[in-house]
Design a binder for this molecule. Structure first.
Ligand code: AR6
Length: 189
């Protein structure tokens, strides 16, 4: 059966920086082993990337999130933590849900919490033997994290992790707009 969102030719369009790739487009169409969702602590959906992932992936993802809430994550997922579910009908087999910090001026541990999102998501990828994972710009939408700072943290954390781990082999940064793409490009070059 065809998936709701068929993968695009993203791979041929992505810009490659060794094990890091940069792609401008819709993360719900990327067929990496996992895509990361910029979720909220309820895990029960929202707008932005979260809404797009649940829409494209279908009800299986929400059911998996509800099961997590019924179990260990009864109080929800804390900022900086990450969990993994099925990808439902997405081209990606898994979704890693993480909760980014809400930007509050920068003195409420936002940088550490955002770094934790990347580290914990990558740790789940390693533990689940995933070869590839795609990240959106966590916290850079509704949560208001300044994009340049968030991009620097994302690239720094992913690079540091990959230096220490063979898996995931490949990490894709997915941006929606051209300005964000250029921020990543500058960090990666
Ligand atoms: N593909 C790739 N990037 C996207 C897509 C997409 N389909 N859609 C948006 N972006 P946001 P946050 C970019 O607001 O700031 C939700 O309601 C977007 O341009 O999705 O972490 C959750 O439930 C931006 O740069 O996530 C939470 O309540 C980035 O993805 C809250 O929003 C993140 O924007 C989380 O806010």
């Amino acid at each position: 059966m065809p998936t709701a969102s068929t993968p695009t030719t993203w791979r041929t369009e992505a810009k490659s920086f060794g094990r890091l790739l940069l792609y401008r487009g819709d993360i719900t169409r990327i067929d990496t082993d996992a895509v990361v969702n910029a979720a909220n602590s309820s895990l029960l959906g929202g707008g932005g990337v979260d809404g797009a992932i649940h829409r494209a992936g279908g009800p299986e993802i929400l059911e998996a999130c509800r099961r997590l809430r019924a179990g260990y994550y009864g109080k929800g997922l804390r900022t900086g933590e990450a969990v993994i579910t099925t990808g439902g009908r997405l081209p990606a087999r898994h979704v890693v849900h993480t909760v980014g910090p809400v930007w509050n001026g920068g003195h409420k541990q936002e940088p550490e919490l955002l770094a934790n999102c990347y580290r914990n998501s990558l740790r789940l990828a390693t533990e689940n033997q995933l070869r590839s994972i795609a990240f959106p710009g966590i916290s850079t939408g509704v949560y208001g994290y300044p994009k340049a700072e968030a991009t620097a943290i994302a690239v720094r954390e992913v690079r540091a992790f990959l230096e220490q781990h063979d898996l995931p082999q490949e990490v894709v940064f997915v941006t929606f707009d051209e300005a964000s793409f250029q921020l990543y490009e500058r960090e990666l070059e």
